[in-house]
Design a protein around this ligand. Sequence first.
Ligand SMILES: Cc1ncc(COP(=O)(O)O)c(C=O)c1O
Length: 403
Amino acid sequence: MNGDINRLFEPSISYNDMIRTQFLEHIAQTSPAPLMIEVERAEGIYLYTPRGERYVDLVSGVSVSNVGHANGEVVEAVQRQAADYMHTMVYGETVMRPQVEYARLLAEYLPENLNSVYFVNSGAEAVEGAMKLAKRQTGRSEIVSMRGAYHGSTQGAMSIMGDEFFKSAFRPLLPDCRHIRYNSVEDLELITERTAAVVAECIQGEAGVRLPNEGYLQALRTRCDEVGALLILDEIQTAFGRCGAMFAMELSGVVPDILCLAKALGGGMPLGAFVSSREIMQSLTHNPVLGHITTFGGHPVCCAAGKAAMGYIIKNDLVANSRTRGEQFRALLKNYEVRGEGLLMAVELGSAEKMYRAVAQLKERGYMSDWFLFCDTAFRISPPLTITAEQVERCCGDIIDIL
Ligand SMILES: Cc1ncc(COP(=O)(O)O)c(C=O)c1O
């Protein structure tokens, strides 16, 4: 190629169309029919396109944008940290103030044993790190996970995914992974002295927002203790107020040995973490040394953004707002089957056809919704936690109209 690279992106009357064509040509696709909404700007609960359309965001980038889009405090933290320094040295060797301050803040809000944070780049990496840590700590290899569970798209995380359709084409995956039924107390017997760890979501997100039965997570915790298996809770989608508590585990009172975080952890920047006790985490320092390493994990700009976002949630009590706005949604939509806690909800329509039609009609009305990876009969309501009572009312009016 020669000449001026800007030539490829020159604004013109058909620039919007050209970008869409180039998106299809040069950006790798993951489905035959991409959503194709181009976001030019986003603010609060709204997404704006270059064509002047406005969408209410009912997805939040899949439970990422808890503090609303273009949150002033997060933007400022990003700008300040980017100007101070960005990348310096790989994780865990140099002292980076944004990492330390954020880890301290997290430890303050987590149960006492969850006081050591290993920052990574994404949810799947947090799960990979947690699985490795459990194997190293227990000297065992079996990982037990739940049917209907989603833990990420890398090969380790995919090995414990609870859905065969999405993973069979990628076998062989990790050996020694076993699945049990979520909410089946009977299946807890399959967790044994061979089990290094059980990985579970407090509320199963991609299964279509499936809540735990009363006492189930407590029984799981007890069984893990009986056989010496570690309990890993994946709160990648459920934390930071999303379910009406800072961490969804507070709803059951169950405390894991290892906690996985990502999504809203970075306040809109890519960040993941697995969190455990200092004692367990120490096992990554020897036999072998450098038991888990990452170049970009815990990037200072991402940590600064995440800390600002968590600070914003605390200061503005978005946890309480998530709870009351969630209740408002469920009260207004009382004639439909709505599953969820706080602002993580699934509206069950009973068939994929009805769900696709509803999502398309919502799009026409200016709402961006989506379905769930393992549940194509329900659509998602998970707006930023900054949503107001008035906005919820308008949204429910439109949803009822459509349904
Ligand atoms: C519960 C849960 N775990 C893990 C992941 C994977 O996170 P990431 O896409 O950042 O790898 C997701 C993503 O949707 C998730 O919902």
